[in-house]
Design a binder for this molecule. Structure first.
Ligand SMILES: C[S@@+](CC[C@H](N)C(=O)[O-])C[C@H]1O[C@@H](n2cnc3c(N)ncnc32)[C@H](O)[C@@H]1O
Length: 303
C-alpha cells in the first residue's frame, strides 16, 4: 500500500467561468482534497484518468477528454513512481475507451431513433468523465463506485435529474434499485471486472441477467494467462494490486450466463495497430500475448 500522500486540488464552486477551460481553472480559488487514504484497487482509477489526460494533449489523440486533463492538472503528488503511465497501458486504455464510447453512443442513438429513453450504468466509474464527455441528451446516466471513490468524484461532478452517482460496492446489489428496468439499459465496466474475484463476477453477471433481461453490457476482459502474470504489468504492480478474473473465449462467458448473445468481441491488440509500441507489436507473434485482452459487447437473454 502507498504510504505517500497524494493530493487533489479541486475547484471552488463559486469561481467564475471564462471561455477556455484552461483559463477558467486559473480563476478558481483552489482547495485541496487529501486522498492519502486511497489505496489498492480504487487507486487504479488514477491510471485511467491520467492516460486520458495525457492522450488529450497529443497531436493525434484517440479520444479528447478535457475533464480528465482538468482533474489531472489539479492533482499533485510526491509519489513520482505513479505520475507516469506505461506506453502499453496508455494505448490500451485509450483504445478501450474509444471502443466503449462508440458502443455507448450507438446504443443511445439507436434507442433515440426509436423514440426510446435509455439508461447507461457505468460500473466502477472511478473518475471517468464520459457522463459529461459523450452527448447523451436526456438519457439517464448512473455512475457506481465504492464510497471512497464517489467522495472524491463528488468534488468534480454534480448530480442532476439525468445524472446520479451511487456510492456502493458492485457486490451490494442495492445499487440495482436505482436502475429503471422498464427502459433499455446498457451496463459499462471499463477496467473493472478483472479486479473482482471470479465468484463475484459470476454473481454480478447472473444478478444483472436476472433483474435486467435483454439489457446489454460492454466491458474489457483479460485472459487467464494475463491474470496469472499481473505481477509483470508495469502499472498494476505499482498499485500493489492484482488481476483476479479472466476468460479465454466467448464460450467461457456462456458458462457464466447461458444463452448470452455476444454482439461483438474484438482482440484489443488488433485494433488501432499503428498506435501500439513496437515491443508490443513484436510480442504479438505469441498467441498468449495477442489474445490477452478483449473488448466485448453482449446482450443478456430476454425474459
Ligand atoms: C482501473 S479503475 C477504472 C475506473 C474507470 N472505469 C475508468 O475507466 O476510468 C477500476 C475501478 O473499479 C472500481 N471497483 C473495483 N471493485 C469495485 C467494487 N467491488 N465495487 C465498486 N467499484 C469497484 C474501483 O474503485 C476503480 O474506480
Amino acid at each position: 500500500m502507498s504510504s505517500i500522500p497524494l493530493r487533489f486540488t479541486i475547484r471552488n464552486e463559486n469561481a467564475k467561468l471564462s471561455k477556455d477551460s484552461h483559463d477558467y481553472k486559473l480563476e478558481y480559488a483552489m482547495q485541496t482534497v487529501d486522498i492519502s487514504k486511497l489505496t489498492g484497487i480504487p487507486e487504479t482509477m488514477l491510471i485511467t484518468v491520467r492516460a486520458r489526460a495525457l492522450e488529450s494533449q497529443k497531436k493525434d489523440p484517440l479520444v479528447i477528454d478535457k475533464k480528465a486533463l482538468d482533474i489531472l492538472s489539479s492533482l499533485s503528488t510526491q509519489d513520482t513512481s505513479k505520475t507516469k503511465v506505461s506506453p502499453g497501458s496508455q494505448v490500451g486504455v485509450l483504445i478501450r475507451t474509444k471502443f466503449l464510447d462508440n458502443i455507448i453512443l450507438n446504443f443511445i442513438g439507436q434507442n433515440q431513433e426509436q423514440n426510446q429513453d435509455s439508461v447507461i450504468v457505468n460500473l466502477g466509474a472511478g473518475l471517468d468523465a464520459r457522463c459529461e464527455r459523450l452527448k447523451r441528451g436526456n438519457v439517464k446516466w448512473i455512475d457506481v463506485d465504492l464510497p471512497e471513490v464517489i467522495s472524491i468524484r463528488n468534488h468534480f461532478f454534480r448530480q442532476s435529474d439525468t445524472y446520479k452517482m451511487v456510492a456502493a460496492s458492485l457486490m451490494d446489489f442495492k445499487w440495482m434499485e436505482y436502475v429503471d428496468n422498464s427502459k433499455p439499459v446498457l451496463f459499462v465496466a471499463e477496467g473493472v471486472l478483472m479486479y473482482l474475484e471470479p465468484d463475484n463476477v459470476q454473481k454480478l453477471l447472473k444478478e444483472i441477467a436476472a433483474r435486467f433481461p435483454g439489457s446489454q453490457m460492454t466491458f474489457d476482459v483479460i485472459s487467464p494467462w494475463m491474470v496469472k502474470h499481473s505481477y509483470i504489468h508495469p502499472d498494476v504492480k505499482k498499485y500493489k494490486v492484482q488481476f483476479n478474473w479472466g476468460i479465454d473465449s466467448e464460450q467461457d462467458l456462456e458458462k457464466v450466463i447461458p444463452c448470452v448473445k455476444v454482439i461483438q468481441c474484438e482482440k484489443m491488440m488488433k485494433l488501432n495497430t499503428e498506435k501500439w509500441p513496437l515491443f508490443m507489436k513484436i510480442l504479438c507473434i505469441f498467441p498468449f500475448f495477442r489474445n490477452s485482452s478483449k473488448l466485448m459487447h453482449i446482450q443478456f437473454p430476454p425474459a
